[in-house]
Write a new protein. Structure first.
Length: 306
């Protein structure tokens, strides 16, 4: 990984003046945010206020952060716990609760923090949900040392009788990380093949337990309104909450064979396999594509208590 030495060093030594945790500027408009925690009855309505919406595209990260959606979305989760719950999360002298993504003077330290999450999540051109949970464990160690308890886990869409309900219940504990795959047309008619993926932070969910659709609001680190414009790699964009709908689908997925680098043969030339899996298709005004369909595969959940 190519990294500016000064940026890397700052990640380990940044010292920020102490601050008292207060309610943060709210994702979405108009403010103020009104939280929700309604899990009674057949419908649910859950909304978390004070979640950050940091950009993943930043100068100093490999490829300007093109594949840092996982670390950036996890930073949003840590921001909630550091600011809204006053949990001492961070790395050495860098404490998330002392940083404000909207303050230009904190931009480089937050970039360093996103890089550090990538290191702890074993970034290799991307990150997995499992390794991001390990990065959470690293960032929350100061809290555990101070008497907090932490927990985390993952929930898959496949063979899950109530994915929507599980998402709402876990979101009620704290913001979650949602991963979706970009699926293109597969080799046979009606089949789909994964061609990439993206990770976002969920801040709101409404729907029904046992239902087949759910409405979400997302903090998406890769869809800043000013992306590609001016000095966007050096500044934090305005916070947004993006509306999406998830719809339960059963799809025929084509899974190609991966090449084993330890053999002479190129296994990727062998025929792949097909499987039927349950995914939740993500659609929304900012998620339109002529070549792929967005299929939610799983989410990471996080919880803390003292």
């Amino acid at each position: 990984m190519i990294r500016n030495a000064l940026v890397a060093a700052a990640a380990l030594t940044a010292v920020v003046a102490p601050a008292t945790a207060v309610a943060d500027p709210i994702i979405g408009t108009p403010p103020p945010c009104v939280g929700a925690s309604d899990l009674a009855g057949p419908q649910f309505n859950v909304k978390k206020c004070g979640v950050s919406d940091v950009d993943q595209h930043r100068a100093g990260l490999e490829s300007n952060g093109n594949a840092y959606c996982g670390p950036a979305s996890l930073y949003n989760v840590l921001h909630y716990w550091g600011h809204q719950k006053d949990a001492p999360v961070g790395w050495l002298t860098t404490k998330v609760g002392n940083l404000d993504p909207k303050d230009p003077s904190d931009f480089s330290v937050i970039t360093n923090s996103i890089w550090r999450i990538g290191v702890d999540a074993k970034y290799d051109g991307g990150t997995s949900l499992g390794n991001l949970r390990k990065a959470w464990d690293v960032a929350t160690k100061p809290a555990r040392d101070a008497g907090w308890t932490t927990s985390t886990g993952a929930v898959s869409t496949h063979e899950n009788p109530d994915f929507a309900g599980d998402l709402a219940k876990k979101l009620n504990e704290g913001p979650i990380q949602l991963v979706y795959g970009r699926y293109k047309a597969g080799p046979t008619t009606g089949s789909l093949q994964r061609s990439g993926g993206h990770i976002v932070t969920v801040v709101s969910a409404t729907g029904s337990f046992g239902g087949s659709t759910i409405q979400l609001k997302l903090a998406d680190p890769g869809r800043a309104g000013d992306s590609g414009q001016g000095d966007y790699l050096y500044t934090q964009s305005a916070y947004e909450s993006l509306d999406v709908t998830l719809t339960k689908r059963s799809i025929k997925e084509y899974v190609p064979v991966k090449d084993d680098e330890n053999t002479r043969e190129d296994e990727s030339l062998e025929p792949g396999t097909y499987r039927t899996v349950t995914r939740w298709e993500l659609t929304g005004p900012r998620y339109v594509s002529d070549t792929t369909r967005q299929m939610v595969e799983a989410f990471n959940w996080f919880d803390m208590a003292k």
